[in-house]
Design a protein around this ligand. Sequence first.
Ligand code: GDP
Ligand code: IMO
Ligand code: MG
Length: 430
Amino acid sequence: MKKNISAVLGLSWGDEGKGKIVDALAHEFDMVMRFNGGGNAGHTIVLGETTFKLHHIPAGIFSPNVTNIIGRKCVVDFFDIIEEITQLKNNGVEISPHNLMLSYDSQVVLPYHKQMDALREKMRGNGKVGTTGRGIGPAYADLISRVGITLGDIANNSFKEKLANEVRVFNAIAREFQEVEISLSELEAHISSLRHSITPFITDSYSFLRKNIAAGKKLLLEGAQGALLDAYFGTRPFVSSSLACIHGALLDLGLAFQDIAETIGVTKLYNTRVGNGAFPTEFHDEQLRSVIQGRGKEFGATTGRARRCGWLDLPTLKVVSSVNNVSAFAITKVDVLDTLDEIQICDSFVSLSDDEDIPYYPGSDEYFAGVLPRYKKFAGWKSATAGAVKKEQLPSDLVSILHFIEKETTVPIKFISTGAKREELIRVEP
Ligand code: GDP
Ligand code: IMO
Ligand code: MG
């Protein structure tokens, strides 16, 4: 039987506007839980004149009476999350253990993970992933290797022996590669001096969630990254290290597909990617790229890097939506395309090597690099949609494109986002 659980997922390579959608919906829920990733995420929320960039903290934090949970399979940077909480509080956001919970079992990210992330990238040379440098890969390696420190270890003050082991291993590697070694005593003292500020937030989130789900409370699952950056399903090896598909949330909470009432898949009306890897529909036209980058402010919320931009890719969107059981789309940033003469949407792929149709998502970077996109072309609407709040305000040329996406994917569009602000959102009535 379906429970009161919904999910917001990114369907591409991240930065689809998940944060905005979660923030806009959060007041309808009792709990919002981030279920994957860590400080690599950058979710932007624009409230009035203030722009917030969230890295660890769920986007329900701005909604009163919502309990925000950082899930067990997130990795949490000990120093950065303290800073994130402090900055939000300094900007007037109320944060206490009543509205923010961290999970005992979450793996902790420490400075040596970031150093290791950088070292791995350096060793890869031209084949580097282009990570955010937030130590995500090494921290998830700890999780899978069953080593490292959890938030529970910090809450119980039982982290010291494990820390000593990790620093020993790291320093041996650092010596081998002439990298700066970590001082165990300094790091231990630094953690000890700050642990009191985060310990009250650390709890058994699993039991909390199970009890509240059983009691019929409403839960919104917030994905970080996007399906194409999923460690298993994405365009490997140019992916992140967590399960960004719905499966990550299901496994964490012990839920089945049929427990989820609604899965909202978020995609821009175009596509972007930060970091390296194949991007078949990427713009080759410099001018087009700079228009979209400029109008869409396509610069990474975490690293400030320029995002690569391209057309929407329906063959991939179809597969990603089906794998994640997406029940509705939120299409974001339609306003960014307001000035274009022509809009293209990739509706099929053929193989570069033999010109055969590829009717599936190619499944890894190597295969993705071997496809040639075919496009359907649409007339641009050439009028302002920015800030529209009703579907009737949208030009017919845009509505035709939205219908085409619905027809091709068989997924209904429930939300259309027309600006960065919370209220710049159209809710399409069925
Ligand atoms: P997330 O990581 O999926 O939460 O997305 P990001 O916050 O990294 O990137 C999305 C960017 O687009 C942010 O700068 C948002 O403020 C902005 N944004 C979200 N929705 C819209 C929209 O509909 N129109 C415009 N112009 N900007 C939007
Ligand atoms: P949100 O939640 C966009 C990308 C990085 C790199 C790859 C691996 O804001 O959508 P990592 O640091 O995770 O090991 O980097 O994944 N990446 C993101 N790109 N948005 C994100 O998060 C991302 N998180 C990771 O650019 O290509
Ligand atoms: Mg982002």
